[in-house]
Design a protein around this ligand. Sequence first.
Ligand code: SAH
Ligand code: SF4
Ligand code: F3S
Length: 447
Amino acid sequence: MKPQTPPQTYRVKSFGCQMNVYDGERMGELLAERGIQPAPEGEEADLVILNTCHIREKAAEKVYSDIGRLVKAGEEAGKKPLIAVAGCVAQAEGEEIMARAPAVSIVVGPQAYHRLPEMLDRAVNGERATDTDMPAIAKFDALPARAKRGPSAFLTVQEGCDKFCTYCVVPYTRGAEISRPFSHLVTEAQKLVEAGAKEITLLGQNVNAWEGEDEKGRRTGLGGLIRRLAEIDGLARIRYTTSHPNDMDEDLIAAHGEVAKLMPYLHLPVQSGSDRVLKAMNRQHTADSYLKLIEKFRAVRPDIALSGDFIVGFPGETEAEFADTLKIVDEVRYAACFSFKYSPRPGTPAATMDGQIAPDVMDDRLQRLQQRIGQHQYAFNQASIGKRCEVLVERKGRHPGQWLGKSPWLQSVHFEGDHAIGDLVEVTLAEAGPNSLKGMVAAAVRA
Ligand code: SAH
Ligand code: SF4
Ligand code: F3S
């Protein structure tokens, strides 16, 4: 490749989970330290980072079409952007990307992006650079301070996965489970609050596998970390995602009944309602143990909203087993859910299992599942009518004087009045739709 002028503007396009969103922000902060600015809306950037996801086939294929589109847009604008591929596709298929896409200068994995600036220097000199090492803790130590941001911030506390569900690429793309140290997290949370955050969502592929030592040297799990973060003045709300049912401990459950800042919401994927399928998925829990766990949360926090993830059409899934999935949806009465068609991923055990399900059967099951989930979501929203709660204002609505924010149960709420982004506004929930609610302002508090 020919040497290029150093980039002055960048754009990060993040796909996949919230951990990628967090990583994307951190890459932006690294570039800002070098004087590289976000590209203005509607302008081609000098450096584009595709922060990719490998979880399903479509997500991975998208990378190549995006690269093609970037090259074309660059040609039309009379410039050649530097293209970097980051995230989980970079980790899983780095060499293949370099071979298949000559326009790509940098391939950097999710645990190596703190070295992006040096890789950029090499790319500017006309070299192509790949780094897919996995020194996870080193990354966090090498990152700059947190920049100013909106009222709701992400904070990665745990990375990686040791669970090896038979369908999933994450243990391969993100590596083994590691926890960031307690003191680093308290400091980063404080910095986020100083930078304007009112709500922090703690992130991890298995966030409740987090463990560490508190300020007094005692071993503690996520519940202990949450209790400490709740002491930060100016922080109003704490959330966490994604949890695995087998890593839930009593202290975290108890925290839901004791820590007022911990929001009454839990994303707890179950994937299937059939014990045979759960076993083949290597989930290490049953439908019944999952339901019992949920009962414990409801006992300490009766209004807790639940959400989950589901996969339909796992190899060998029968109609009766799928019916068990519909049954667990009815039993839990989720407030929201994500549901996916099973996608065979290279290198995972399920990809070569017998009984792969035909696409039309998967389509049909997904549609039925989503319809059922939608009914429960709508019912949950309707049951919220009349409740009085705080909404954290996140952005302006479509109409003048309208604002959008989230309820404690993570519902989208719109309302009117004289407010600002970051305000906590007390509303009464007045009308409910399938995806959002209308609030009537009671009082603006702690603005
Ligand atoms: N660590 C989390 C989430 C991981 S990925 C957990 O264990 O729950 C997010 C979701 O993507 C998963 O919960 C699962 O529902 C879905 N998923 C993962 N691999 C998939 C695959 N091969 N095909 C379809 N959906 C998949
Ligand atoms: Fe994937 Fe299972 Fe790990 Fe979740 S727990 S990231 S689904 S392997
Ligand atoms: Fe996707 Fe990687 Fe997240 S595969 S879901 S971006 S951990």
